[in-house]
Design a protein around this ligand. Structure first.
Ligand SMILES: Cc1cc2nc3c(=O)[nH]c(=O)nc-3n(C[C@H](O)[C@H](O)[C@H](O)COP(=O)(O)OP(=O)(O)OC[C@H]3O[C@@H](n4cnc5c(N)ncnc54)[C@H](O)[C@@H]3O)c2cc1C
Length: 346
């Protein structure tokens, strides 16, 4: 019998597999889609994500470095604030990230099975899923986790739903930071992902078509006017997923499946990798319940800061005040970034 079955081979599932192999555990990942998997994502890897990926042996990712984050008033290009990380982040096409993680998993000897986990059956000494047995199952099956639903640990969201849609444009990046344009419809993210490509992602309360949303961000629309679109629009959401607990018998929830608030702070991959590693380490120590406490400590700042920014997002009149304040006190912005993805925490 294997030590761990992992449902889902996105960043969190692959990270769990690699960490399990590092700790000498026998595991397999079950994922329905062939690699490399694309997905709606802002594609900004924060320094904490890079640090955690390096610890898993995932290096030499092909992307475009960014020094920090720039907040921009969606209607006034002169109103900006810039914060920097202690070390750069990296804008990376999602397919490249998935390719690198998959290669690292293969190098580590992690078995990858094409399949779909429908039903999880828990017994006193093991779990079974998709025809395989293991001592534990890690659910890394994403934002709308079917396994989380089966375990009946989902809670009602506290805030109105938000959705995202992203697309890429062939155009040299004009900024060496990830730009976040604050507007009345929501936020637009611009991430440099290559010397000739930028990704644009909208995060908005009620969804919408990409072109229609772009009309609400005039400063950004002027920047990408005439640039060739080089990918189809991809959407995601609703984002907020609250979870009562993440350890249910022999099943541990990680990554987006473990709970999510919003991509506003760009920490999804960093937290997916961090929570996946924490769950595997708890299993390796034969103390699966220790994972719940680790989860809370790893995600505390994320929930707090993202919640605060969501409140600001809903109040258009606060956007300019926030940008001006961060512009006037640069150490404040740098300090917030240090808390948000600036470095990996335990
Ligand atoms: C618009 C948008 C912008 C974002 N911007 C950023 C950003 O800039 N930086 C950042 O770090 N994060 C960002 N995120 C968040 C980030 O994309 C996620 O947090 C991250 O992908 C979570 O990884 P995961 O492995 O938990 O889930 P996923 O990447 O969703 O992977 C889950 C996997 O599980 C598989 N699966 C599903 N059901 C089953 C099943 N029943 N059995 C087996 N397999 C299954 C799926 O096929 C999928 O491959 C953004 C998200 C969105 C939507």
């Amino acid at each position: 019998m294997r030590d761990i079955l992992i449902a889902g081979g996105g960043p969190a599932g692959l990270a769990a597999g690699i960490r399990a192999a590092q700790l000498g555990l026998d595991c397999a990942i079950i994922e329905p889609k062939p690699a490399p998997i694309d997905k709606a994502c802002g594609e900004g890897l924060m320094p904490a994500a890079l640090e955690r990926l390096e610890a898993l042996g995932v290096r030499d990712i092909d992307g475009h470095p960014f020094a920090g984050i720039r907040y921009v008033d969606a209607y006034d290009p002169a109103r900006t604030a810039t914060g920097d990380f202690a070390r750069p982040g990296l804008g990376v096409r999602r397919t490249e990230l998935h390719r690198r993680l998959s290669q690292a998993a293969d190098r580590a000897g992690v078995e990858r099975i094409q399949g779909h986990v429908d039903q999880v059956d828990q017994r006193a000494s093991h779990v079974s899923a998709a025809g395989h047995l293991a001592r534990y199952l890690i659910a890394a099956d994403g934002l709308h986790s079917q396994i989380r639903r089966q375990l009946d640990v989902a809670l009602e969201p506290r805030r109105p739903s938000r959705f995202g849609v992203r697309r890429h444009f062939r155009r040299p990046p004009w900024c060496d930071r990830v730009e976040v344009h604050w507007g009345s419809r929501g936020e637009a993210y611009v991430t440099p992902v290559g010397p000739e490509t930028v990704g644009v992602a909208f995060l908005v309360p009620d969804g919408g078509r990409f072109d229609e949303l772009l009309d609400h961000f005039p400063v950004l629309a002027a920047r990408i006017h005439g640039a060739e679109s080089v990918s189809k629009a991809r959407g995601g959401g609703p984002f907020e997923q609250r979870v009562e607990r993440r350890v249910v018998g022999r099943v541990l929830l990680v990554g987006d499946a473990a709970g999510y608030l919003d991509p506003l702070t760009g920490e999804g991959v960093a937290l997916g990798v961090a929570t996946a590693c924490a769950a595997v380490e708890a299993i390796a120590a034969d103390a699966p319940h220790a994972y719940e406490r680790r989860y809370r400590s790893l995600t505390r700042e994320y929930y707090w800061m993202t919640g605060l920014l969501l409140e600001i997002s809903r109040r258009r009149w606060l956007h300019g005040t926030m940008i001006d304040m961060l512009d006037r006190v640069p150490p404040l912005f740098d300090g917030c970034l240090a808390l948000l993805g600036g470095r990996a925490r335990n």
